[in-house]
Structures are given as structure tokens and as C-alpha cells.
Design a protein around this ligand. Sequence first.
Ligand code: AMP
Ligand code: MN
Ligand code: MN
Ligand code: MN
Length: 290
Amino acid sequence: MLARIMARIMTYSGIDLHTHTTASDGALKPDELLKLAIQNGTQMLAITDHDTITGYLAARNTVQHKALAIGLISGVEISTTWQGMGLHIVGLHFDPEHPAITRLLASQARARRLRCQMILDKLAKINMLITFEELQAGAGHGHIGRPHIAQIMIAKGYVANMSQAFKKYLGAGKIGDVKSGWVSLAETVTAINDSGGIAVIAHPNHYKMTRSKLLHMIDEFIALGGRGIEVISGKQHAEITMKFAHIASDKGLLASVGSDFHRYLPYAPSVGQLPHLPELSTLIWTLFNT
Ligand code: AMP
Ligand code: MN
Ligand code: MN
Ligand code: MN
């Protein structure tokens, strides 16, 4: 199936290599995301939930059983730390049953639960009382993250909306911004490579870094075995796309594209609806059928 789709794709069209489902903090179940992706004309899709592949595995079953006409790539978005900062690394096209990746994900699941409890303890100190059980109920069977904590804050009237929750309590530098426990950038890139995948720097424009620090991070990522970068991530200005297309080409990185779709929003791209990559880019999906 993938090879046939590859043959049809001469240039970029309908490819989305960064999306979320209810297995992490997305609003759509894996099957609902698939349906929307196909409706939108997506030919190649990666489901890249935060630190879990359960959404991908469910979607893979559906694609196989219903013989859906979509190329589904294995994917995950790993929360890592590098020099004390949080960095998100997308893993693509790995063997989802390989112990290198399953071990890493098991350790991330533990880290996520511990971090979550630490955030709740910190919030309790400022009299914002949220229990682990409340969160679990809100997250269903998915991995718990800060957006779930934010949802309870809204439900309990502590904040008016999601962006206020991050601005006041959960965002970078705020009381609920606990990074401890995440795997290192090095371990992440190694696990992705060992399981046959490609490591990609997610949404490079989101990090609050100087250009020289960003280039330093990219060099280290490459030295560790990282091979890709999201030249297009969600809605961004054309200048940002050109900036990262040039960085990717200068550094010999493969260019990836992803909507980072979590839920329908009027001002953000839907699944698979992304602009073309600049001509100078080396398209990451040219590696997927080898
Ligand atoms: P976590 O995985 O627990 O670290 O939570 C990070 C997730 O929170 C990101 O993947 C986004 O989906 C979401 N997020 C981060 N910052 C904001 C923000 N300012 N407003 C709304 N959602 C955010
Ligand atoms: Mn998210
Ligand atoms: Mn991210
Ligand atoms: Mn994401």
C-alpha cells in the first residue's frame, strides 16, 4: 500500500506527519482522525501522540481491517530534555514492536505519571486542589498531560480558558512547569534509530532559544544521529518556512511537515492541509519505502 502511494506522490500533497488523538491530548479518537484525514485528501499520515503509540496501533488496525486508502506511518512525539530545556522529538517510521522504542515509552509513561503528581502537589500548595482521579476521568484511557490539568482548572473555575491556564500556572517558568523525568535527547534519538526510525525536531520555531543556541542544538541532534526537522509545523509564516528550509538544507536534514493537529480550530490547519515545502527541501518521506 505504502509503495503504491509513494509512487503517486510526485511532489508534496496531502501529507501530514504530526497529529494527535485521544491517546494523548487530541480531541478525536484514532478512527475519527483517520476519517477526517481521508476526507481531507490526506495520502500519508503519521499519528504522533505524546509519548504513546496506542492511538497509532488502533489506527493501524482500522487501516488494515478496512483496507483504507491511506499510508499510515508509525509515529510518536517524545518529550525530552536538553540542557535543562524541554524539546519535543518526533519519531517516524520505526518498528513499533521494537524493544528500544517500547522500553523508552514505558519509562516515559512512568515519568508522565510522576510528573503529573508533582504538578498536582505544587498546585495544592497554592490551594488549587485537583486529584489524580479527576484527571484520569478526564483523560479517559489516554496519557495525562498539562492540557488535561488545564481542563479541570477550567471546570473548577480556577481559570477561564486553556490559554489562561498555561499563562498563569502551567506554561514555561510557571509553578506547574515540571520537566523532571523526561528522557534525554540522546536516549531518544538512539531509541528511535535503534528501532529503525527517523528522529525529527518537532516545531523548531516554538522553542525560546537564540539562533546560535538553536543551531548548536541542531548540531548536537545531528551528532546523536537525528536526521529530520519540521520545516512546516502548523500555521506559520512563509518566512519561517524559508528559514527552516535553509537551515535543513545547510545542515543536511530531511524536511518534514505536520499540522500538529489536536482539535478543530478555525485558525489552525486541519489534518493534511498544509502548504508545499520549498524546492530546496529534501522530502523526508522519500525514505519511507526503503
Ligand atoms: P505536556 O505533554 O503535559 O507537556 O503538555 C504539552 C501540551 O500542552 C502541548 O503538546 C500542547 O498540546 C499543549 N500546550 C502547550 N502550551 C499551550 C498553551 N499555551 N495553550 C494551550 N495548550 C498548550
Ligand atoms: Mn499536545
Ligand atoms: Mn510538541
Ligand atoms: Mn504535537
